[in-house]
Design a protein around this ligand. Sequence first.
Ligand code: NDP
Length: 317
Amino acid sequence: MTMKENLVKVLIIGSGPAGYTAGIYAGRANLSPLIYEGDQPGGQLTQTTEIENFPGYPQGVDGNEMMSHLREQALRFGASIKSRKIVKVDFSKRPFVCEDERGEKVEAETVIISTGASAKYLGLADEEKYRGLGVSACATCDGFFYRKKRVAVVGGGDTACEEALYLSSLAEKVYMIVRKDYLRASDVMKRRVMEKENIEVLFNCNTEGLYGEDGVEGVHIVRHLGTDKEERFDLAVEGFFLAIGHRPNTEIFRGQIDIDAEGYIVVAAPTTKTNVEGVFAAGDCADPIYRQAVSAAGTGCRAAIDAERFLLAKEEL
Ligand code: NDP
């Protein structure tokens, strides 16, 4: 394939609601966008079950179903989709050069970054050891396996409370492992958690490790770490759920575009422009505040329009 054949007007990196919506809009603008779906086609929503807050679905919709609808809609308007991951980019000059995991290069007049965010882990070796064997970062995906069992949720924010509440309807007992002496979550979520009889909040507690023969059988916990009240104990649970926030998937763009201290891509709001002309960012990778499917879809739309206007201004359309 010659370089010319490998040149696209709009390259979209990532396939959550932001990426597919950018694909729909860029497709309808006749820009023949190319979407690299990455490791998790459909993004975070494919890890949830029911989505009840996306407008247009009064009865709620299954996350996978909604993402396959968005994908289909992007294809209908002429987007091409590759089930590959971009691992390296060079934004130093246009056309931009992006490389996938097989070393294949694609050149692009404009790039829309919509790589989303991923759940954070504590960084313990045991999380790797027991991944899929009791360790999870998605209660709605895996909670079903813990019916009538004992589970722990790490974190004290709204996500942790939501996960604990969800699990409390399935599991026999839910422990929340919270490192501070308070829950950071909103008042309404705190109240719901406190009112649930089978949720117990363990304040001032940190996880040191996990144990178990073929899967998680419990957690090694330390309470009041680093104080004279420090104590260690084991908590018997079969499920260990992380709910300590998310990290934007922006590693490969480091050094190429402006990224803030937490890893979010900096955009010139209300546009989706990054500091590199012709590179735009949409969805959770550039959104430390809202992180909703519908807001991601909204910025995907904006990014496609921004890319189209950029190309028009350069008279490349
Ligand atoms: P947050 O950043 O709000 O909370 C993260 C929690 O994890 C905190 O309790 C934090 O502890 C804890 N934590 C972080 N790192 C560690 C660690 N290494 N070890 C132990 N504990 C750790 O993230 P969320 O995902 O909960 O929420 C993100 C945003 O989304 C928030 O704005 C939230 O309000 C919103 N949201 C709203 C929902 C709703 O309204 N229904 C549902 C879900 C999210 P500490 O407090 O000590 O820092």
